[in-house]
Design a protein around this ligand. Structure first.
Ligand code: FES
Ligand code: FES
Length: 171
């Protein structure tokens, strides 16, 4: 398809801000527009097939692979990316726990995992190991073996339940 002849205009609500998209090809994915049009590089492109979870975002509060969503179809939806987890340079409890346990190696999977885990802990603040493993089963990590990621979720859960973390999972 000729990109020049199929540009469309629409708006996207991302992390609380409205963006006018004017030069987008009709078939572009939300992931592409987030990264290449809006400069939000946190969401990663690893498979572009909905297999790895590296591109995870929330759409109206529901976890989604942004590589599988047509950007034009996301108009009118409230999109939250990894960049929305913290308002400033401070780290969330989950991010701190990732550092503490060494759950980040190459880091390519980390943004998608963090979006998934923040969302998961919002609905299940005190999960067991099986629930944690199930929650992150859609996020592929080629480096860590998952043990440290699971440990990080357990630490974050404990800190939040004892009020030591301070942040809301959605903040
Ligand atoms: S890049 Fe979207 S699921 Fe892998
Ligand atoms: S830390 Fe490398 S893919 Fe997960």
């Amino acid at each position: 398809m000729d990109k020049d002849n199929s540009s469309i205009e629409y708006s996207l609500s991302v992390n609380g801000n409205s963006h006018e998209i004017s030069k987008s090809w009709l078939g572009e994915s939300l992931l592409y527009v987030l990264r290449e049009e809006l400069g939000l590089y946190g969401s990663k492109n690893a498979c572009e097939q909905g297999e790895c979870g590296s591109c995870s975002v929330l759409m109206d509060g529901v976890l989604a692979c942004s590589c599988l969503v047509l950007a034009a179809n996301a108009t009118g939806r409230n999109i939250e990316t990894i960049e929305s987890l913290s308002d400033d340079d401070s780290l969330t409890v989950v991010q701190e726990a990732f550092i503490e346990t060494g759950a980040v190696q190459c880091g390519f999977c980390t943004p998608g995992l963090l979006v998934t885990i923040h969302d998961f802990l919002e609905t299940n603040p005190e999960p067991n190991v099986l629930e944690i493993r199930e929650a992150i089963s859609g996020n592929l990590c080629r480096c860590t073996g998952y043990g440290r990621i699971v440990e990080a979720v357990q630490i974050a859960s404990k800190q939040k339940s004892t009020g030591q973390g301070g942040d809301d999972v959605s903040s």
